[in-house]
Design a protein around this ligand. Structure first.
Ligand code: LMR
Length: 396
């Protein structure tokens, strides 16, 4: 019956995590998957979330189904966090709770594919590997626009803008508003202004994927391109995730927001989103949404959480500086300042697949084959060793 099923080659990120867990070396270091660990190397339970969890535990209620669109208080709190003072009126905005950011991408991709036949999405080159799988799985043709310039280890802005400026009206363009995964290379505010202007001029449909809000500059600054689209009246899809910024990985908490500049379209969009959810998994789970809603709707907890996000952001930035400085000492003829210009959890190191393999095999330091590391996996206890081992493979 199943003899024609090929073996699964594995996921470049999640399967490596399994290999890491089986690795018995005591000094192994996981810089592969995007998980924030604190200064002690532990995935934190944020104190704001711990308080919310304790409060919720006292109020156990029947486990009835949530509506297809998710928990009402959660959806409101998420919309407020995302859009702040630019929050569109309800007749312009459809928000559904989703299974993390991946679930939001899938629901959004399915909806677009149903109403815009033979869709194509343009994704940055490179991007998070699963973008390709999710959009192809929903029936999209996936095309790329230039993004990373290996020569400068920065953004190929002219290539990116030029390509976006050549796309047909209605084309779907996937954009990372901040902390680009996998490179850590983001456009500046001035560059975003030009990108958004081109999107408006050509009548494109941006699909923003926001998994790291608050990890680049701040919760407000990191979502600027999205809010600018609201201000300019540009329709868009926005997936967001609370895995990293609430440290709620296994809870699968995210949302999909669709901004509808034309009045009264949001009701139909919301209806079709509900149908898409129903056809995929009926309705989302409750607990993670309750945690996020509780924190965001309580002024004290929300302020505490904002400080916790800032603490995570600053710790990662500190690790970037330490890694760059120690690499510079170990390999003085090379420039590592590019690491300091990158934002968020990830960074492209410039290491080749062969060098990454050496790092893993010889030293138990895990990175992604593309040379991506998760800087948030570094701490004062491992950064020196990681720098030494990277220097070793760089020297050849
Ligand atoms: C990553 O890029 O490592 C994270 O987004 C986790 C994942 O699901 O791939």
């Amino acid at each position: 019956m199943f003899s024609h099923l090929p073996p699964y080659a594995g996921d470049p990120i999640l399967s490596l995590m399994e290999v890491f867990q089986r690795d018995e070396r005591a000094n192994k270091v996981n810089l592969s998957i995007g998980i924030y660990t604190d200064g002690r190397g532990i995935v934190p339970v944020l104190p704001s979330v711990r308080t919310a969890a304790a409060e919720i535990a006292k109020e156990v209620k029947p486990y009835v189904y949530l509506p297809m669109e998710g928990h009402g208080g959660y959806r409101q709190a998420v919309a407020q966090l995302l859009f702040g003072a630019d929050l569109p009126a309800p007749e312009h905005l459809a928000v559904v709770q989703t299974l993390g950011g991946s679930g939001a991408l899938k629901v959004g991709a399915d909806l677009i594919a149903r109403f815009f036949p033979q869709p194509t999405v343009w994704i940055p080159d490179p991007t998070w590997d699963n973008h390709i799988g999710i959009f192809e799985g929903a029936g999209f043709k996936v095309e790329r626009y230039p993004y990373y310039d290996a020569a400068t280890r920065g953004l190929d802005f002219n290539g990116m803008l030029g390509k976006i400026d050549s796309l047909p009206r209605g084309a779907v363009v996937l954009l990372h508003p901040c902390c680009h995964n996998p490179t850590g290379v983001d456009p500046t505010r001035e560059q975003w202004e030009q990108i958004v202007a081109v999107i408006e001029k050509r009548g494109l449909l941006p699909f923003f994927d926001l998994a790291y809000q608050g990890f680049a500059e701040s919760l407000e600054a990191d979502i600027w391109p999205v809010r600018e689209c609201v201000r300019r009246g540009i329709a868009f899809f926005l997936s967001n995730s609370f895995s990293k910024i609430f440290s709620l990985y296994s809870e699968r908490v995210g949302a999909l927001s669709v901004f509808c500049p034309q009045k009264d379209q949001a009701a139909n969009v919301l209806g079709q989103l509900k149908l898409t959810v129903r056809r995929n998994y009926s309705s989302p789970p409750m607990h993670g949404a309750l945690l996020v809603a509780r924190v965001l709707s309580d002024a004290t907890l929300a302020a505490q959480w904002r400080a916790e996000v800032e603490e995570m952001r600053l710790r990662v930035r500190d690790m970037r500086s330490k890694l760059a400085a120690q690499l510079k000492t170990a390999v003085p003829d090379q420039d590592f300042s590019f690491l300091l210009k990158q934002h968020g959890m990830f960074g492209y190191t410039g290491l080749s697949a062969a060098q990454v393999e050496r790092l893993r095999n010889e030293f138990g330091v895990y990175a992604i084959a593309t040379g991506r590391i998760c800087v948030a996996g570094l701490n004062d206890g491992n950064v020196a060793r990681v720098a030494e081992t990277m220097a070793e493979v760089l020297r050849g």
